[in-house]
Design a protein around this ligand. Sequence first.
Ligand code: DOR
Ligand code: ZN
Ligand code: ZN
Length: 432
Amino acid sequence: MRAKIVNATLADGTKTSIDIVDGTIAGFEGAGSFDATFDVRGKYVIPGVIDAHVHFREPGGEHKEDWLTGSRAAAAGGVTTVLDMPNTNPPTIDANSLEMKRSLAAKSLVNFGFHLGATTGNRAEIEKLRGKVAGVKIYVGSSTGSLLVAEDDELRKLFAIPDILWLVHAEDENLMKKNAERLGTISDSALHSKLRDRKVAIHAIERVLRLARETGARIHLCHISTKEEVELIQKAKNEGLPVTCEVSPHHLFLDESAYVTQGMFVKVNPPLRTPEDRLALWRGLRYGTIDIIATDHAPHTIEEKKRGYTEVPSGMPEVQTSLPLMLDALDGSDFTLEWLVSAMSTRPAEIFSLSKKGRIAKGYDADLAVVDMNKSQVVSKKMLFSKCGWSPYEGKNLKGWPIMTFINGNLVFDNGKINEDNKGKEITYGNV
Ligand code: DOR
Ligand code: ZN
Ligand code: ZN
């Protein structure tokens, strides 16, 4: 199958046509005959977004999301590859559970990879599965699901395993327990931020960085949310520690005032923070302290989100809205589309060693998003593909939307419509 995208503008302003042969970018401005031609005059073509942090919920949480619905939402959001988190039921912590998830993910429309979960007892499995997963997730504080490794001794044993990229959910379990004792029974939504206060996150990051320094482990810090974390990570980078980090859209676009307007729908771990933290995160992106944007797409149903504080699960759906939110934010800022491509595609591919992803270059996979920078659209329920059926950004008017998404050279999303004829593939790891 030979296809050609003509009149494309790349993120750096280059005008060209892109030749796709059997799912791969074969070159530019090629002659000869093509089976299909797509004219995208006036639109940008960027590498598809790589979302390194999603919860697609299968197995065990199919009433919230499954690989088909989650991947439809991804494709509609210009996302061509997702890396799925292990806090499913059963959790993805060994070869059997990984195999089970792999067979469920076969229906995904976007390309996919997996993070394994760390426990206090699965070091042998982690060693065995090295190179077959993107990374290994450690929850140093409890969140959704049962995964938890809270103590330094256990973390040290894990970090001693060579050649693993450790993704850390950094909220300190013991501090959270102390806060819970002090605060008693919580019924007010604003108290979520007190239970999981900023010290809970900052202390966890300090501990993890100290252990990284001790052991030399390669660390990726998930969803950082405070000004102090940005400072600590910059310091660690200055020291030369092999540490990277991500920020999630909700921490960039929402702050704790959203608890007043959206209540428990925006309950999330780590919680929303202050406007000052939000600005510090944007600065962290601006100066390169924060490496990538990853959504932490964590769908829960509307019925679940309407429960009382203690029963409401944390997290919100985001895989479809991250690119439009970021495109909208470019307008009038000193961020460029080239920078966005780096933070949402090229760098994620590098950090997680995804082969042939994250660039528009000869030999790379034809995973592409066509972006209309002039399209204005209000986020509304009817456009959402996630099974959970809501978004914290509903009602927001955004300018800049993906209008077509090519995955392995196939047009999977085309102006609001999903084509389900072709499935995504599992990622391979290692240098290109
Ligand atoms: O808010 C969150 N939701 N934070 C997490 O760490 C997990 C996630 C989920 O799986 O629901
Ligand atoms: Zn997390
Ligand atoms: Zn998560």
